[in-house]
Design a protein around this ligand. Structure first.
Ligand code: ADP
Ligand code: UDP
Length: 235
């Protein structure tokens, strides 16, 4: 597989074309941003951890019937993936109150929800990813009803699989964000699943093992990413 020109540079990853029009190479960076890119920094080693963790979780999800963009891990930072048309929805699942949910509803963080929730944000940096519902998504032609149904079904499966898997590692899956894409007419899971996109708390101590350490200046940011990676047992 030949790496061709850069298609896109995002906040956390670079995306390259390849000699196959159906495939891309994603390259994970150590760059970290928060609050719409207002806060910038580096988390040393993050790129490799997020790349390898995403691929590990995506392999697990494939086994459980969730199609993903994963083709082949090329090296520590780079992975060959199916080139999708990203559905411009950030799909957020929550098991416990935290972050914007806790703030909006005047709740403490870490309260177990009676059942998992799903919400959409319109993936649009200029508008700061506003909260929308499925009617808005349909009205704005962001996705079809069939696509929303597939996304919803897969998202809850991702939650079931990841919750159980992380529980086995002594980690509570508080919430997470995922993205889906269209590949030859099918909805598949794309982008990443990592401590950048999930809230992961130690089950016993409730210590935060995710990007909130960076967002909130809690210290030991690298250690937290390393600790999650260590528990995955894929060194
Ligand atoms: P952002 O764009 O939010 O700064 P990243 O730095 O992670 O995010 O950039 C990666 C970009 O690549 C994102 O916009 C994501 O939606 C997109 N992407 C992820 N997986 C794929 C894929 N398989 N095909 C096409 N685009 C993808
Ligand atoms: N999230 C993300 N990217 C975003 C917004 C949120 O990966 O642009 C993740 C975040 O890490 C958390 C979950 O989605 O795991 C829910 O985030 P929330 O809505 O609480 O927003 P935040 O408090 O991070 O602003």
């Amino acid at each position: 597989m030949e790496k061709r020109e850069q298609l896109y540079e995002g906040k956390a990853k670079k995306v390259f074309l390849t000699d196959d029009p159906d495939l891309l190479i994603v390259s994970y960076k150590d760059d970290a941003t928060a609050f719409d890119g207002q806060k910038k920094g580096t988390i040393v080693g993050k790129g490799a951890i997020n790349n390898r963790m995403t691929n590990h979780i995506f392999r697990l999800l494939e086994k459980e019937g969730v199609p993903t963009h994963l083709v082949e891990e090329l090296n520590d930072r780079e992975t060959l993936v199916k080139k999708v048309e990203i559905v411009p929805l950030e799909v957020i699942i929550r098991n416990f109150s935290a972050g914007s949910f806790a703030k909006k509803l005047g709740m403490e963080e870490g309260i177990k929800l009676a059942c998992p929730t799903l919400e959409f944000s319109y993936k649009n940096d200029d508008l700061h990813d506003p909260f929308i519902n499925s009617y808005y998504a349909l009205a704005l032609n962001l996705a079809t009803q069939e696509e929303i149904d597939a996304i919803t079904k897969y998202a809850f499966t991702v939650n079931d699989v990841m919750r159980e898997y992380f529980a086995g590692l002594g980690i509570e899956l508080i919430d997470f964000k995922i993205e889906f894409g269209r590949y030859h007419g099918q909805i598949i899971l794309a982008d990443e699943v990592s401590p950048d996109t999930c809230r992961l708390w130690d089950k016993e101590t409730h210590e935060k093992l995710d990007k909130d350490r960076f967002r909130r200046d809690l210290g030991n940011v690298e250690d937290a990413y390393q600790e999650v990676f260590r528990r995955l047992g894929i060194q």
